[in-house]
Design a binder for this molecule. Structure first.
Ligand code: NAG
Ligand code: NAG
Ligand code: NAG
Ligand code: NAG
Ligand code: NAG
Ligand code: NAG
Ligand code: NAG
Ligand code: NAG
Ligand code: NAG
Length: 440
């Protein structure tokens, strides 16, 4: 009767199972999120084909930031890339066997990057040349596409001889994505600009890449702190939420030589973050302040702070889960869009900056923060300031889940029976402790 003796152990095992199944590329707030890479063969050539490769980011709130994507694959046979438009292979490889025209790339496993904006028109195609930056679908679906054209040789030039490339890899810009095998799908149908004629690709295959935060980094990259008008205690981010000071190099913000230290470190041109020293060591902190209580409404202030001296977060996104987001009345300074992953639930929303105003969260320092306020309409049946109800259930910054403080440290109402935590908050507590374990 194991189950009677160790119900707790079983519960823990179950929670771990849930944690790790989620870790395996399933995001409950964006269950259909993926990046799809589609190859459309547009024409056959004497020894191969010309294909347009289109990458579409269907993820609602995870974009690809500068320095952009890097796409790789392994050729199934001895293919070469004769030429590319709108992107380039980072290495040519050994083309010594070729006389006359030299291919663009002879590597068995080419690595492709986007071109930078402003390249000559004859090197561009539609949706190319954005430095590999791809918006999230929720933020701007028209900018969630990136394309290039590739002319492939030595592949054969019929749908019977062409073998699909293998082992796709995608950096966006860091690790985290796992790509499926290429699969032949029904040929894409194109409509002419005047919509009077349809054409179709000679052959089409798709690859789907999904994101896992645990593959991207072993530690969280942001954390949540909290405060309220009804309790003067500020609940900080958990200590060592993203790392510990004694183990990681950081810059002391009170250092009088701060700017020279940062300038010197930046000249080192490393890609790793240069963080301001904090007890949580996260590059990003999201603060949720329950600011005011009106008769019918309540007001929340959200502040996002950048502690990374090496990163301007362009086109940043913030996702919050809170049961009252179904009745959000006004949002100041940020754009808000409800995300409805399951039609029965409407408790998750996407926030992002207004273009040219606050769509960039600049590097750590006096300007490295952003703020917004929300007004929510109270629902008489569920609204309460008790038991941390007013605080978010989950926060994501740029598609990565932020570490929350343990529920028993949330600011609570004076005289509220905080010791009589309901079973639900207790479950939440167990869950977050396990999350701490899983991330540490
Ligand atoms: C990829 O995302 C699209 C859009 O959400 C969805 O229709 C498709 O089923 C997804 N593909 C996979 C393999 O999950
Ligand atoms: C292939 O990818 C495109 C997006 O580029 C998508 O619209 C289409 O549904 C995908 N096809 C299949 C069968 O997944
Ligand atoms: C190749 O093309 C022929 C003729 O269009 C078609 O019948 C066949 O299904 C195609 N095969 C593949 C693998 O796409
Ligand atoms: C592709 O990946 C698989 C599994 O990771 C590996 O076994 C195989 O050798 C790779 N194929 C090539 C051609 O690199
Ligand atoms: C940061 O600087 C302040 C003042 O110079 C000092 O008191 C503090 O110990 C320093 N902290 C670290 C982590 O170096
Ligand atoms: C961030 O942007 C500002 C203004 O565009 C620029 O001066 C600064 O060098 C950028 N910092 C980083 C780390 O890219
Ligand atoms: C979800 O809530 C928002 C308000 O926050 C509302 O505008 C939207 O219509 C709701 N959507 C659904 C499907 O209930
Ligand atoms: C929002 O709140 C108002 C006032 O309580 C209520 O009438 C309305 O039904 C609520 N809307 C939703 C989607 O819950
Ligand atoms: C405020 O909340 C903290 C828990 O975060 C609690 O220890 C403290 O007693 C509360 N203050 C009051 C006045 O209730």
């Amino acid at each position: 009767m194991v189950s009677r003796k160790h119900p707790c152990a079983i519960a823990i095992a179950l929670f771990f199972a849930v944690m790790f199944s989620h870790a395996a590329a399933y995001d409950p707030l964006d269950p259909n999120g993926n990046i799809t890479i589609k190859w459309d063969v547009m024409s056959w050539t004497p020894d191969g084909y010309v294909a347009v490769v289109t990458m579409t980011n269907f993820q609602m709130y995870r974009h690809i930031m500068t320095p952009g994507w890097t796409l790789g694959w392994v050729w199934a046979k001895k293919e070469v890339i004769w030429s590319m438009v709108g992107a380039q292979a980072t290495e040519q490889g050994d083309c010594s066997k070729f006389k006359g025209t030299i291919p663009h790339c002879c590597k068995k496993n080419p690595t492709i990057v986007d071109l930078l904006p402003g390249v000559p028109y004859n090197q561009q195609i539609a949706n190319c040349c954005k430095g590999g930056v791809v918006a999230s679908w929720g933020q701007d679906s028209s900018a969630a596409v990136s394309s290039f054209q590739v002319s492939v040789g030595r592949s054969g030039s019929s749908n019977k001889t062409v073998k699909l490339p293998k082992n796709f890899t995608l950096l966006g810009p860091g690790p985290g994505y796992t790509c499926s095998q290429a699969k032949i799908v029904p040929s894409t149908v194109f409509l002419t600009p005047d919509s009077r004629r349809k054409t179709q690709a000679l052959m089409t295959w798709n690859v789907t890449c999904t994101y896992s935060q645990l593959l991207a980094s072993q530690k969280p990259t942001c954390c949540v702190s909290m405060s309220s008008f009804y309790n003067s205690t500020i609940t900080p981010c958990p200590s060592c939420a993203c790392g510990c000071q004694n183990k990681q190099h950081c810059v002391n913000a009170t250092d009088s030589k701060l700017s020279s230290v940062v300038a010197l470190n930046n000249r080192a041109k490393s890609n790793s973050p240069l963080l301001q020293c904090t007890q949580h060591m996260c590059p990003i902190r999201v603060h949720w302040h329950v600011k005011l209580n009106y008769k019918q409404f309540w007001r929340v202030k959200i502040a996002v702070t950048n502690f990374n001296y090496r990163s301007n977060y362009t086109q940043w996104t913030l996702v919050a889960e809170h049961p009252n987001l179904n009745n959000i009345t006004q949002v100041f300074s940020f754009v808000y869009k409800p995300l409805v992953p399951y039609t029965s639930k409407n408790d998750t929303g996407l926030f992002y900056g207004i273009k040219f105003y606050n769509d960039v969260l600049v590097a750590a320092g006096p300007d490295g923060n952003l703020q917004s306020e929300l007004i929510l309409t109270k629902d008489e049946e569920t609204f309460t300031f008790k038991e941390g109800w007013a605080f978010p259930r989950k926060i994501y910054f740029n598609g990565d889940e932020c570490m929350m403080p343990p529920p028993d440290s949330y600011p609570f109402l004076p005289n509220s029976a905080h010791r009589n935590l309901l079973s639900l908050p207790k479950l939440v507590l167990i869950f977050s402790l396990l999350a701490v374990l899983a991330f540490s």
